[in-house]
Write a protein that binds this ligand. Structure first.
Ligand code: NIG
Length: 392
């Protein structure tokens, strides 16, 4: 078995409780997995020189809606001019997505996946939710499965126009034929539990059906106002409840006493001109947190995890270290995975090499593309052409 060594790492963030952060390190990779963390100068069959840079676990983006067609730039511009964000915008993307061919959807998702690799995202979750018919949701789940093992069926994203005023009937379709068609392609089920989308009872019904079909549970909750989403997610043992922008004391207490990860999506709060969640309060209460991009055309059209970290630190009272952990290990926990989000022996060798001496530059230099190279399972999937990542 041949070994690849990423050598001359100025600062390695391992996210391993014993190793912690290691200065002057080398990462030894065999067969796509981390074999060892050693001192700089380790031997291997192939050597990549990090030139003293900071190396972190690749970002684990636990919340994306990467498969869609159409553009909502005008909606964003109107919002910046004062219009409010509303869940109903999802229908605009649904019309465009239904009209696209499978090949077009694959090409669009592949371009966004490449963009995410350039941002250091090595593993991601992808939701359906812009089809909202049995056939188009099935198609979105199967397209998403070409890019990740973490596909989430989100037929309960919003009630489609043809079911206006008949939400309960639509919920029965989601729980029945749509779930049956999508479950073979998915690992997770999700529901948008919010005014204007699905109420608590409807959300519970969707989650129960998904669980019976063998899917893990995720919830969009407390995005646009206080509501039952967080407590429902905890009650049902969901892996993650996402957004968590409007949290009451009881929500924070419930999260802290549970295994449900609170996933923050700060680029959404930026892009919808909402307040930011108080992550400090949630972390101090003892809950596990994640930060994700929520890449989607309506509320957060970005693949820049660095931007999300900058917001989390600047506006949500997280430290740079907490934000980095949330976007790596936290994302892995939100997806209930132990193979990604850390760099210790046995982990998948998913790595981001930063063109910076420390991860804090992700926050300190907002908007600057600081990822010099991205490796997935030990393979260089992207590298900045200007980056002298020498092979010797
Ligand atoms: O996570 N909250 C619901 N879904 C997406 C928004 C999608 C859209 O506006 O198209 C979100 O923000």
């Amino acid at each position: 078995m041949s070994a690849l060594v990423i050598d001359n790492i100025g600062l390695l963030v391992s996210n391993d409780p014993e190793l912690g952060q290691v200065r002057d390190a080398a990462l030894v990779i065999e067969d796509g997995r981390v074999a060892a963390v050693e001192r700089a100068g380790a031997q291997g069959d192939e050597r990549l020189d990090a030139g003293g840079r900071c190396v972190i676990p690749g970002f684990v983006d636990s919340h994306t809606h990467l498969v869609f067609a159409g553009d909502r730039g005008d909606e964003f511009a109107a919002r910046m001019a004062g219009a409010p964000y509303a869940a109903g915008g999802i229908r605009v993307t649904t019309d465009a997505t239904r009209a696209a061919t499978r090949e077009e959807l694959v090409a669009l998702a592949a371009a966004r996946r490449r963009e995410a690799l350039r941002a250091g995202i090595t593993h991601l979750e992808i939701k359906s939710g812009y089809g909202l018919t049995v056939e188009s949701e099935k198609r979105l789940c199967s397209v998403a499965a070409e890019f990740t093992g973490d596909v989430t069926f989100l037929g309960a994203h919003v009630v489609p126009a043809e079911y206006e005023g008949r939400a309960d009937e639509y919920v029965e379709v989601v729980r029945g034929d749509m779930l049956a068609a999508c479950a073979p392609h998915a690992r997770w089920i999700d529901v948008f539990c919010e005014k204007g989308a699905f109420d608590e009872e409807q959300s519970r019904a969707v989650l129960e059906a998904g669980r019976s079909a063998g899917l893990g549970l995720r919830v969009h909750g407390n995005q646009l106002g206080p509501g039952p989403g967080v407590r429902l997610a905890v009650e049902m043992g969901a892996a993650s409840v996402d957004h968590c922008t409007y949290l009451e004391d009881a929500d924070v207490e419930a999260l802290a006493a549970s295994d449900t990860v609170a996933t923050f999506l700060p680029a959404t709060d930026f892009s919808t001109r909402q307040r930011y969640p108080d992550a400090r309060r949630v972390i101090d209460a003892g809950a596990t947190v994640a930060v994700a991009t929520n890449c989607n055309p309506g509320s957060s059209y970005t693949t820049s995890m660095g931007f999300c970290l900058a917001l989390a630190v600047r506006d949500m009272r997280m430290t740079a270290e907490e934000a980095l952990t949330a976007a790596t290990l936290g994302g892995a926990r939100a997806l209930r995975r132990d193979d990604v989000g850390h760099l210790a022996a046995g982990a998948r060798a998913d790595v981001a090499v930063l063109d910076a001496p420390s991860y804090s530059h992700l926050v300190y230099r907002p908007g600057v593309p600081l990822v010099a190279a991205t490796l997935v399972a030990g393979r260089v999937e992207w590298r900045d052409p200007d980056f002298g990542f020498r092979s010797a």
